[in-house]
Design a protein around this ligand. Structure first.
Ligand code: PLP
Ligand code: TYF
Length: 394
């Protein structure tokens, strides 16, 4: 049977990671995969995570199965972190998932189960895994305009125009903060307009929030998600702890299904648990337990928030430094958007040939659509990147 298998398209981001590893040059700069790196190029285990892991190791008496939804304390802690009371707890069904990817996958399956004719509207561009999983599940996808190639901001008029084409029951997938891959985000007034459109047209909101705390702050980054959750009749929220807790490989995520009608919650909850059972039965526990431990302990939580804030501010500092350097070298303000973007990524809007040139001639690795991971920079490499960007003629 294996002879019938066909090669599947590789993940371009992961392929780039491999190319970078194989490049023998010393001066190379990795701005590819979305993993936070400090000034030394290291992705550290966060202090609070280490401490919580020690605590779990010392206190855990059993590794018997949890439940299909994972540990309820994890769901409670995460619902609190993301929604902070924006929606009554009784309206929220939630399950732990293997990372934010697992949450997206389960959300898409839930949509297909509940409404097979629903289409999913995705931003153009969006995280490639959204597209790949939707294709794999055979769910119809409709791109909506999002990135304005001129301003490198959000093409809001285009977005609204495209979303107006959605039919009742269609799902609108939105990035809660720190849009991947562009770094361009809506302001809260624009979010309110999108919420109004969703309600007027009978659409379902789905939020993917993978970078809470990486943009404007923990609370600020959750504001749009809270606004949506508290203003629509039904929504899905896929969340990831990979980045903000730095627990990438532990596979720690959460899927919420929220209904304005609390009598729906029990059915939503059992359906989410059913989907977990069909796919992998019990979700991973270690990362979830570490996150629960941190969020439930005043001192650990404060230390985590402080370190997360250090991470956020370091990326903001790099953004500003790069924007300033580019302004100096190019003598123009056209790179100002880099300081306006939020999160790990900025799409600089370079043609694929220029992205290739940056890699071949300068050892600078960014994703083919010209997405760069700001955290791959440090104070020494910012001027090198700026020089190269101006030299290749972006
Ligand atoms: N959604 C978006 C937009 C992402 O960028 C990511 C990647 O970090 C994820 C979801 C899920 O990541 P993970 O499955 O590693 O938690
Ligand atoms: O966009 C990124 O770089 C991150 C990490 O298949 C990632 O979200 C990349 C590819 C992938 C899974 C995660």
């Amino acid at each position: 049977m294996f002879e019938h298998l066909k090669p599947q398209p590789a993940d371009k981001i992961l392929a780039l990671m491999q190319m970078y590893r194989e490049d023998p040059r010393d001066q190379k700069i990795d701005l590819g995969v979305g993993v936070y790196k400090n000034a030394e190029g290291i992705t550290p285990v966060m202090r609070a995570v280490k401490a919580a892991e020690r605590q779990v190791w010392e206190e855990q008496q059993s590794k018997a199965y949890t439940g299909l939804a994972g540990d309820p304390a994890y769901s409670d802690a995460m619902i609190n972190l993301i929604l902070n009371g924006a929606v009554p707890r009784e309206n929220v069904a939630a399950v732990a998932t293997p990372g934010g990817t697992g949450a997206c996958r389960q959300a898409f399956e839930l949509v297909r189960m509940a409404n097979p004719s629903a289409r999913i509207f995705v931003s153009n561009p969006t995280w490639p895994n959204h597209i790949s999983i939707l294709n794999y599940l055979g769910i119809e996808m409709v791109p909506y305009r999002y990135f304005d190639a001129e301003t490198r901001g959000v093409d809001f008029d285009g977005m609204i125009e495209d979303l107006k084409q959605a039919r009742p029951g269609d799902v609108v997938l939105l990035h809660g903060c720190c849009h991947n891959p562009t770094g361009a985000n809506m302001n809260l007034i624009q979010w309110q307009d999108v919420v109004n459109l969703i309600n007027e047209q009978g659409l379902i909101a789905m939020i993917d929030i993978a970078y809470q705390g990486f943009g404007d702050g923990l609370e600020e980054d959750a504001a749009a998600t809270r606004l949506v959750a508290s203003s629509v009749s039904e929504c899905l929220i896929a969340a990831s702890c990979s980045k903000n807790f730095g627990v990438y490989r532990e596979r720690t995520g959460l899927l919420m299904a929220i209904s304005a009608d609390a009598s729906q919650t029990a059915l939503n909850q059992s359906t989410l648990a059913f989907l977990n059972r069909q796919n992998y039965s019990f979700p991973p526990d270690h990362g979830a337990r570490v996150v629960t431990t941190i969020l439930g302990d005043v001192a650990l939580r404060a230390d985590w928030q402080q370190e997360l804030e250090e991470v956020r501010l370091s990326m903001l500092g790099l953004r500003q430094q790069l924007a300033d350097e580019l302004q100096r070298l190019s003598g123009s303000d056209r790179f100002g958007f880099i300081a306006q973007h939020r999160g790990m990524f900025s799409r600089i809007g370079a043609a694929p040939e220029l992205v290739e040139k940056l890699r071949v001639e300068h050892g600078i690795y960014m994703v083919g659509d010209s997405r760069m991971n700001i955290a791959g920079l440090n104070a020494q490499t910012v001027p090198i990147l700026a020089q190269a960007i101006v030299e290749v003629g972006v």
